[in-house]
Design a protein around this ligand. Structure first.
Ligand code: CMC
Length: 390
């Protein structure tokens, strides 16, 4: 144990060599496979970025068309998976339902579970990309008691997801192109973020050679936490509370700065970014635009902007290098699109899916991967003896 380094939260321990995502937290830089996030957000599509993350290069137009087609043609779920949703209480959180459903996929697709069979990993990759959006939409439908729709393979992943979420069987569904474009862009921004809590979880579970469905289900549960993906839901709950209680943003900030309150400014701070999160910059610039386009005059945007301005000029936040992260403004956009707060984290999961898949595949093919097994510093009792004889 002399050689063991105590490093809670793995603040300074690299568990992987990775060629997928580059972050320079001090300078607010994020790149996927070398491409700056803002270029991808402006010029690419979620499907193309997913391909880039998973296979390492941008696809040719033929490769992209084949990838898109492949994903469209695997959207159908086994009918029995639908029965699975009946077992949950009506008000089940869609994130808990989603992680359970993704774990359950391994029981339906036992023919693609071998982590060392390239063909099986390929088919699992397609199955996950195709079916997770459907499961996320069904988790939502379940939570509001509406019937499930069958996917429509004339639509791409993002379009299909919106239709499955907001469509009803009794009337035709019209896609709003602004909404499709905005959601597609937000999915790109969430697609990977190197060794964050959920991705490290996916790698750690996978390092035991557990199958990819189970590994990603574990990642979804990690993402559920309010300090990670659950922050986007927590931000909106915070803005709601400030609005409902009529608290001024200034008074709220005083509460945040008083450590005893235990209240954090949700959507602020990041383990790696000690500068403005480049994703937050993109989201902020689109939040206003999209909110206007969708005709939403949400007073919570004003509250969020006042909180941000206040924080950026406050010594507490400046000293600790706390800046808005990707989640600070996304909830407002999702809300304007019609998603309830409970769907925000499943949306994050949908975006992060290609990153998890890419990282799992990189982990499983890296010769240096070992089963994840951190050490500990034992602080319990020394040897002592059981007192009573029998
Ligand atoms: N509000 C108020 N104080 C904060 C906040 C915040 N949001 N974040 C950090 N601090 C303070 C913290 O109390 C500590 O102060 P001190 O040094 O006086 O004890 C200092 O800043 C450093 O914080 P930390 O908790 O040691 O930093 P960390 O790297 O362990 O935590 C974090 C990073 C993201 C968990 C944290 O900043 C946080 O809880 N933020 C709010 C939740 C949130 O927005 N999460 C989304 C993260 S981005 C998307 C994702 O990855 O899922």
């Amino acid at each position: 144990t002399d050689t063991v380094t105590y490093d809670p939260g793995f603040m300074n321990t690299a568990n992987a060599r990775s060629a997928i995502t580059y972050i320079d937290g001090d300078n607010g830089i994020l790149r996927y496979r070398g491409y700056p996030i803002d270029e991808l957000a402006q010029k690419s599509s979620f499907l193309e970025v997913a391909y880039l993350l998973i296979y390492g290069e941008l696809p040719t137009s033929d490769e992209l068309a084949a990838w898109d087609q492949n994903i469209r043609s695997h959207t159908m779920l086994h009918e029995d998976i639908k029965a699975f949703f009946d077992g949950f209480p009506r008000n089940a959180h869609p994130m808990a339902v989603l992680s359970s459903a993704v774990s359950a996929l391994s029981t339906f697709y036992e023919d693609s579970l071998d982590p060392f069979d390239e063909e099986q990993v390929h088919i699992s990759t397609i199955r996950l990309m195709s079916k997770v959006p459907v499961l996320a939409a069904y988790a939502y439908k379940k939570s509001i008691g509406q019937p499930f729709l069958y996917p429509d393979n004339s639509l791409n992943l993002t379009e299909n997801f919106l239709r499955l979420t907001f469509g009803v069987p009794t009337s035709p569904f019209e896609l709003d192109q602004d909404m499709v474009d905005a959601l597609d862009m937000l999915l790109i921004l969430h697609a990977d973020h190197e060794q964050n809590c959920s991705t490290s979880t996916v790698r750690l579970v996978g390092s035991s050679h557990a199958n990819i469905f189970g590994s990603i289900s574990a990642g979804i549960n990690a993402l559920f936490g309010p300090l990670h993906g659950g922050a986007n839901e927590a931000v909106l709950n915070m803005l709601d509370q400030i609005q409902d209680e009529g608290v001024s943003p200034e008074d709220f900030m005083d509460k945040v700065k008083n450590k005893e309150s235990g209240i954090r400014l949700m959507g602020f701070g990041h383990r790696v970014y000690k500068n403005y999160d480049p994703r937050a910059r993109i989201v902020k610039s689109t939040a206003e635009k999209i909110l206007n386009k969708l005709g939403s005059n949400d007073p919570r945007l004003e509250i969020a902007m006042r909180l941000e301005e206040r924080a950026l000029n406050d010594d507490y936040f400046i000293e600790r290098k706390l800046y808005p992260n990707v989640d600070f403004y996304t909830g407002l956009i999702y809300s304007a699109m019609g998603f309830p707060p409970r769907m925000f984290t499943p949306l994050f999961a949908l975006g992060r899916l290609p990153g998890w898949i890419a990282q799992w595949r990189e982990m499983i093919t890296d010769q240096e991967t070992k089963i994840g097994r951190p050490r500990q510093v034992y602080v319990g009792e020394d040897l002592r003896h059981y007192p009573n004889a029998k």
